[in-house]
Design a protein around this ligand. Structure first.
Ligand SMILES: Cc1cc2nc3c(=O)[nH]c(=O)nc-3n(C[C@H](O)[C@H](O)[C@H](O)COP(=O)(O)O)c2cc1C
Length: 209
């Protein structure tokens, strides 16, 4: 009952703030929820049908932390490995109210743009735009040192795919729906997310209940 009440308060907090505050502090991720790892593998699948219901703030906090949060604070290391620990990946969240950068160190969402840009992430696959949340995976290839452009792009793709698989397995483990995707309206999305030239759009995952 208390958990239900807490969840309801979280949903209310999320919708009343409209999540358009410049910084939204996320609740501590729950490390005890979900199925066991083999059940998560057994359930992992890409879906095409997404529910429209909002995720609550705890679900968003857990999802982002699983995707690319800091799991070893003393070393500042992440749930997803990166080539030479370059930590080139940033995760952005796009919902009906705006686009946000996940600041893993602060475990917070930082507002980048207001407005509903889900159709920009969905691109030509318009049906997916009804998913309440997209996570967009971006690599800043300037964070790779001592590599040529080709190597940087290869490592960026590898690092992005690992983050996407974290999302896939997290969703399978807690009963959420997702699909790894490369399609998006990249030209528009670069502007929406205010990316610099070294920040490359790699993949996205719509997520719903
Ligand atoms: C790198 C990568 C990119 C993908 N891009 C898209 C995409 O843009 N649109 C889409 O509908 N599915 C996309 N998918 C999902 C695949 O179509 C899906 O994983 C595949 O059909 C296998 O189904 P399963 O994930 O349920 O095993 C992508 C998957 C991967 C691994």
């Amino acid at each position: 009952m208390r958990a239900l009440l807490f969840s309801a308060i979280m949903v209310l907090a999320l919708s009343s703030s409209g999540q358009t505050d410049s910084i939204t502090q996320l609740p501590e991720p729950s490390k005890v929820k979900g199925k066991n790892i083999m059940e998560a593998f057994a359930n992992r699948a890409s879906v095409r049908e997404f529910d429209t219901q909002e995720l609550d703030l705890q679900e968003i906090a857990d999802l982002l932390w699983a995707a690319n949060g800091i799991n070893r604070p003393a070393e500042g290391k992440r749930t997803a490995p990166t080539a030479m620990n370059s930590q080139d990946i940033d995760v952005y969240l796009v919902n009906s109210r705006g686009a946000y950068l996940y600041d893993a160190k602060a475990h917070a969402l930082v507002l980048v743009n207001t407005g509903d840009y889900r159709s920009v992430v969905a691109g030509t696959q318009k049906d997916f735009a009804k998913a309440p949340v997209f996570l967009v995976i971006v690599s800043d290839i300037s964070r790779f040192r001592r590599a040529d452009e080709n190597q940087k792009l290869t490592w960026a793709a590898m690092d992005a795919a690992i983050v996407s698989q974290n999302i896939n397995l997290y969703c399978a483990g807690v009963g959420l729906k997702t699909r790894p995707r490369v399609w998006m309206d990249s030209d528009k999305l670069k502007d929406v997310l205010k990316l610099s030239p070294s920040q490359r759009l790699m993949m996205n995952n719509p997520v719903s209940r």
